[in-house]
Ligand binder design. Structure first.
Ligand code: ASP
Length: 332
């Protein structure tokens, strides 16, 4: 008998069923209710990010502690690195492409699956905030290059020179030795990907980078690609990536990790599986770095990477000292 028909016949409505403890109490469900497992405690609020960007998680924590939402926390958190001229892999002071231009990629994603992204953006210090404007002020998800830059000015962002004295010098040196060749190695990149859960238990994420140093002009990595460099599903968790973007795009890495968590894997297990899928296609290669970072709805975290050296920083109620060094594929 169809459920609706049964309810009609028996004179019960769904609401009636739900609010009828006397009926339920006399049958077996009572025992079931008594032994129902206690609610899983959630570690929240919490902010985590790739690498050892402690000022970024500290900023995110400041937002979360005051009751701010996860979206504001991740945006303001990664903005710290975008503004830091000594960080030569993100925002102002990021290393340029092989033509000497700093081109930035960033994206952001909220609890409702809304997202925004900018790719190949020049002259703007905070690509993550432009990405958020794309999400909130346009019907689109990705804006690229000149269009993204024009949009940023319309939104009130200022034009800035992103090349610093230090990155200019390094670029001049690179030009002398490189023969204008873009080489993948494990040193010339380090994205900040950040994930946070706020007091309401909602998750958001952001990812921002200047990409691979001395890349071919026009190259876009995984970091601004929803599903590759970042993915959030508020029912399950979130994931973000750092390392050679081409490999992360190929496996739609962050989406894969969230889906693996949906199927029951812990954040740690999911990150390990993500890295292993990439390594399966790159047997024996030692020239690149891939790191994944993930958080689930309970606030459990995990990180895994191809090479030693990958860390991630967690900021929780216990403080910001809880820096995790993730385990490595090569050491297995
Ligand atoms: N994933 C970034 C990119 O490929 C770089 C990095 O994180 O190291 O552009």
């Amino acid at each position: 008998m169809k459920r609706r028909k049964f309810l009609k016949k028996s004179g019960l409505t769904t609401a009636g069923l739900l609010s009828a403890p006397a009926v339920v109490a006399s049958c077996k469900t009572e025992t079931k209710q008594e032994i129902a497992s206690p609610p899983v405690s959630v570690r929240k609020p919490i902010a985590i990010c790739t690498w050892n960007f402690m000022n970024a998680t500290a900023k995110a924590w400041e937002v979360l502690e005051k009751g701010g939402n996860a979206l504001d926390a991740v945006e303001q958190g990664v903005m710290i690195e975008e503004a830091d001229v000594t960080n030569e892999t993100v925002g102002v002071g990021g290393r340029p492409d092989r033509d000497g231009n700093v081109t930035l990629d960033a994206c952001i994603m909220d609890k409702d699956g809304n997202c925004g992204s900018v790719v190949y953006l020049q002259n703007i210090a905070h690509p993550v905030s432009v990405a958020r404007k794309v999400m909130e002020e346009t019907p689109h998800i990705i804006l690229a290059g000149k269009g993204a830059e024009q949009f940023a000015y319309e939104q009130g962002f200022k034009k800035e020179d992103l090349l610093t004295e230090s990155t200019r010098k390094q670029y001049e040196e690179w030009k002398k030795e490189s023969k204008y060749e873009t080489v993948i190695n494990i040193e010339n990149h380090d994205t900040i990907g950040m994930l946070a859960i706020d007091k309401n238990g909602d998750i958001a994420g952001a990812c921002t980078t200047s990409g691979m140093a001395y890349k071919v002009a026009g190259r876009v990595g995984d970091s601004p690609i929803i599903g590759a460099g970042l993915y959030v599903d508020n029912e399950v968790g979130g994931a973000t990536a750092t390392g050679v973007g081409e490999e992360v795009i190929r496996t739609v890495g962050s989406f894969l990790i969230v889906e693996l968590m949906r199927q029951g894997k812990s954040p740690q297990e999911a990150c390990e599986e993500g890295v292993k899928r990439i390594m399966k296609k790159n047997e024996g290669r030692k020239d690149f770095q891939i790191g994944f970072l993930a958080i689930n709805k309970q606030g459990e975290t995990g990180g895994y990477c191809v090479h030693p050296g990958f860390t991630y920083r967690e900021y929780t109620e216990e403080g910001h000292e809880n820096r995790h060094v993730s385990s490595f594929y090569q050491n297995e």
